[in-house]
Design a protein. Structure first.
Length: 169
């Protein structure tokens, strides 16, 4: 297994967990509170028409929450399910994250080899003989796989080249 994957660099892991906690939870909640407070006290309070619609800060937060939360859920759904934006994000992730790329390639290789093994097993179960061409094909696949495994690492571009060859990016 790759040495970089096994080593646990505690300061970098702590930095990663800190950023996740900050950006996903603290900054999100803080930004929501800040936005609601600023928009109410700097914008709505200064316009009598808006004060009639939102007479108190609590009502403003309630109305924005009732409209905003479902709207943001719909926007998030569209982002993940209907928009090409998320697929692009995932593609960039495969290109830039060697571990995600490795998992994808390994699963694709497993599917290809399982299919080939099933063909071989069926041939054996039907008591068919392998001709020279089929043996050469199996040997070629084995050689290609061995070369690929021996040459690839998370630091070089072999997995990315294979991914592009598979036309998955």
């Amino acid at each position: 297994m790759n040495k970089l994957f096994v080593e646990k660099k505690t300061p970098f892991r702590a930095w990663f967990y800190f950023r996740q906690g900050w950006s996903l939870y603290f900054a999100f909640i803080f930004a929501a509170i800040n936005t609601l407070t600023v928009t109410y006290y700097l914008a709505i309070e200064r316009y009598p028409v808006l004060v009639q619609i939102f007479p108190s800060f609590l009502q403003y937060v309630s109305i924005v929450g009732l409209i905003g939360i479902p709207s943001l859920i719909i926007i998030g759904y569209i982002h993940f399910k209907k928009s090409p934006a998320y697929r692009s994000e995932v593609g960039v992730g495969w290109e830039s994250n060697p571990y995600a790329r490795r998992n994808l390639i390994n699963s694709e290789l497993n599917l290809q080899f399982n299919r080939k093994i099933m063909q071989i097993m069926l041939k054996l179960l039907e008591n068919e003989k392998f001709d020279q061409e089929q043996l050469q094909e199996i040997t070629k696949i084995q050689l290609e796989l061995n070369n690929f495994i021996n040459e690839r690492s998370t630091l070089n571009k072999k997995d990315l080249e294979f991914l592009k060859k598979m036309n998955l990016t």
